[in-house]
Design a protein around this ligand. Structure first.
Ligand SMILES: [Zn+2]
Ligand SMILES: [Zn+2]
Length: 164
């Protein structure tokens, strides 16, 4: 009985981990690559409710809907769809509520994991350009001192390429 519940739980957790890897890669190579046209709106100051960048979230929601439809015929896919949706919810809470304060309560984490996620994504936004950014994940981040070091290296690199 317990074992029956463990398999879906494992699928959901595994899917969340895989989704973080996919989201990090998409953010790094697509959004800061050929998808910059949409993502740029997220790296600019504005007072609009929505950003063109939200279209990426919409695309991921469409993926979840497709998985739910296929999942009606396959229980494994169904639990993967639950995992993708759970990841979307965590992403929303971390990125839109905690870091960017677009919705919900304002909360400044002072210690631990949430503080690291908050600071790491703030560091991602230090640069408003397509290149030279650090920390592309949403629920995983490298230690802050490492990110600061990377950011400094990136900055130096950027300056020397400009000088040339
Ligand atoms: Zn970005
Ligand atoms: Zn952001």
């Amino acid at each position: 009985m317990l074992f029956d519940a463990m398999i879906p739980a494992f699928i959901v957790i595994f899917t969340i981990v895989i989704m973080e890897c996919i989201a990090t890669a998409v953010h790094k190579y697509i959004m800061h690559g050929w998808g910059w046209g949409w993502h740029k709106s997220h790296h600019e100051q504005h007072d609009h409710v929505f950003e063109k960048n939200d279209l990426f979230a919409l695309a991921f929601s469409a993926l979840a809907i497709v998985l739910f439809i296929i999942g009606m015929y396959n229980w494994v896919i169904w639990w993967i769809a639950i995992g993708v949706t759970a990841y979307g919810a965590i992403y929303f809470l971390m990125h839109d509520v905690l870091v960017h304060r677009r919705w919900g309560p304002v909360y400044l984490p002072r210690k631990g994991y949430l503080k690291r996620i908050y600071q790491a994504h703030r560091l991602h936004h230090v640069k408003n350009t397509r290149t030279g950014c650090v920390s592309f994940g949403f629920i995983y981040a490298k230690p802050i001192d490492k990110l600061l070091k990377n950011l400094r290296i990136e900055r130096k690199g950027h300056r020397s390429t400009r000088r040339r």
